[in-house]
Design a protein around this ligand. Structure first.
Ligand code: TEU
Length: 576
């Protein structure tokens, strides 16, 4: 439904910039970023050259999970502004030829959504079946949560945020399902009335002129009949193998496509939990569900430990290139990749995959080179273009994120974290809040983000790392990103060219070719602070070439053996 992988479309040629509004720019001094704050920065976005903004949720919400718990789908939260402000944002973006993609969160709502308020009133409520309610069950084993008569939750599924995926509700003496926080009850997609509500809501936003949706955890909306226990201990969370890519998922997404999206030139990107390449093609391939592309997280799991995400393991360059290459090849003929190394749920990429100390600038540029020269649509998360880093948490009091707080508490209970320092080490490495500290606009005490106390602390490195300074410095990560944007506009081969991995076994260098007819580009990335030699494979050695971009002073008129400098990135265009 989306056409072959080589077919042109605007969303393949676009660079998407992700805005987490709470942390972007505060216009009214309440310490919380807002929509007029984004409007103030429209020229900034325009100058960076990005094509699409993906806006994280701005709807009315009690903020148990910063807007991913929506209380009213057709509103703008007062703390972010008004619907008029939002209209002004959309118009301002469109004036600058920038598209707007909104976040669609329909696996769950807030427990304060009126549907859920009604649903929990009584088992006879018209809205009862909008959610997933079950009676508890008798069990003889000890431990775990219990209802008033000692009964256990309806099954053993766990929440992504730690603890059981069920909460007992006294009013009707039943349990409701929540794969995320207890304030995020899962919608019942089996109910056609729920689906109809959602499709109408999507049409309502499209009617306002938006350009697409980013679909939150969209591959978990279909739950299997009988809600069987989870069995696979290796699953991302217990029960996942039951509800990830559930039995009716493709039916639901095709219905959504036919009912809402067909015939509209919009972009959709599905956030997909635990997705394989084969499954991805079923969503985004030519015979798929009509979705433009999907986010997969395989490469962001390489550093998980034996206990999963809230445990730390080691990743290697070979694994990283192996995993990403697997996806590049898997969607080469059918489907399209979205390329991302961080977002609002992940630590900062320069701290995770680069070097946020001595080679921060070089490694941030190298990672940007990677995301802009792979085959797929690049996603830039706010502040990435400045090389913003993780936050040096000194106390759990500085943490705001429900995922971090609950998972750290669970890990302590399980005995996996024993000391305060162990907890803080893990938080500094893994917490979602690393990405959520305020955007650093200037060196001021509050980084130019707000005039008052920000909702989350500002990174103390704001004096060194901020937009004002970056824009005044021709050698900054920011200016390098601008050039990357231009390169992708100028050279189709960087968008549509085939990807071929070179030197697959190399431990430090990631090199690949991009080819489209006669056009050829060669990307060479030194992933570390060593000085490895790059010996071009025979087919490139000595070929005439132009060095399109490099994060060091360099000149070349041919591809030749070279000793690479720490975190050096080079992109050649073959001219012979
Ligand atoms: O995230 C989905 C998801 O799988 C997360 O739980 C992820 O495991 C975690 O954030 C660490 O990466 C989406 C949103 O992006 C996230 O912000 C929401 O909290 C979540 O859905 C629930 O809506």
């Amino acid at each position: 439904m989306t056409g072959p992988s080589s077919e042109r479309s605007w969303w393949k040629e676009s660079i998407v910039y992700q805005i987490y509004p709470r942390s972007f720019n505060d216009s009214d001094g309440d310490g919380i970023g807002d929509i007029p704050g984004i409007v103030e920065k429209l020229d900034y976005l325009d100058e960076l050259g990005i094509d699409v903004v993906w806006l994280n949720p701005v709807y009315e919400s009690p903020n148990a999970d910063n807007g991913y718990d929506i209380a009213d789908y057709r509103s703008v939260a007062a703390e972010f502004g008004t619907m008029d402000d939002w209209e002004e944002l959309l118009a301002g973006l469109h004036e600058r030829d920038i598209k707007l993609v909104m976040d669609l969160v329909v696996n769950h709502t807030s427990d304060e959504h009126e549907w859920f308020r009604e649903s929990r009133q009584s088992t006879d409520s018209d809205y009862r079946d909008y959610y997933i309610w079950r009676e508890g069950r008798e069990v003889d084993c000890d431990g775990g949560p219990r209802g008033p008569d000692g009964e256990a939750p309806p099954n053993n599924w766990e929440s992504f945020f730690g603890g059981p995926a069920w909460s007992y509700d006294e009013a009707t003496g039943e349990w409701y399902l929540h794969i995320f926080d207890e304030k995020q009850p899962d919608l019942n997609w089996e109910n056609p009335a729920v689906r109809e509500e959602i499709y109408e809501m999507m049409e309502w936003w499209l009617g306002k002129g938006i350009d697409g949706f980013r679909m939150d955890v969209i591959n978990i909306i279909s739950k299997p009949e009988g809600l069987p226990d989870g069995e696979d201990d290796g699953a991302v969370v217990r029960g996942a193998e039951q509800f990830v890519n559930g039995p009716r998922i493709h039916e639901f997404l095709r219905e959504m496509y036919d009912r809402v999206l067909a015939g509209r030139d919009v972009m959709t990107v599905g956030e997909m939990v635990d997705l394989s390449v084969e499954e991805a093609r079923e969503y985004v391939g030519e015979d798929g569900d009509g979705m433009s592309m999907a986010f997969n997280f395989d490469h962001l799991r390489l550093d998980f430990g034996p206990h999963g995400r809230w445990d730390r393991g080691e990743w290697t360059v070979r694994e990283l290139k192996g995993t990403i290459t697997h996806w590049q090849r898997g969607l080469a003929e059918d489907g399209w990749n979205s390329v991302h190394l961080n977002n609002h749920d992940q630590p900062r990429m320069v701290s995770r995959f680069g070097d946020d100390g001595e080679y921060r600038r070089e490694s941030a540029k190298l990672l940007g080179t990677l995301t802009h020269t792979l085959r797929g649509t690049p996603y830039v998360y706010q502040g990435e273009e400045l090389g913003m880093t993780n936050y040096p948490f000194e106390s759990l009091d500085e943490v705001r994120d429900v995922d971090t707080l609950q998972n750290v508490a669970t890990a302590k209970l399980d005995g996996r974290i024993e000391t305060r320092e162990e907890a803080l080490d893990l938080v500094r490495y893994r917490s979602r809040d690393n990405a959520r500290t305020p955007m650093q606009w200037s060196s001021g005490e509050r980084a130019g983000f707000t005039d008052d106390e920000p909702w989350i602390p500002v990174n103390p490195n704001r004096g060194r790392i901020n937009a004002e300074r970056a824009r005044a410095d021709e050698d900054s990560v920011w200016h390098y990103y601008r050039r990357l944007v231009e390169l992708r506009e100028e050279h189709d081969v960087l968008v549509y060219g085939d990807y071929d991995l070179l030197l697959a076994e190399h431990e430090e260098v990631w090199a690949y070719a991009r080819t489209r007819g006669d056009e050829r580009a060669l990307v060479v990335l030194n992933f570390g602070d060593g000085r490895p030699r790059f010996d071009p494979p025979a087919e490139f050695d000595g070929e005439d070439a132009e060095l399109l971009i490099c994060n060091y002073e360099a000149a070349a008129s041919a591809v030749e053996p070279v000793e690479l400098r720490p975190w050096e990135a080079r992109v050649y265009r073959l001219t012979g």
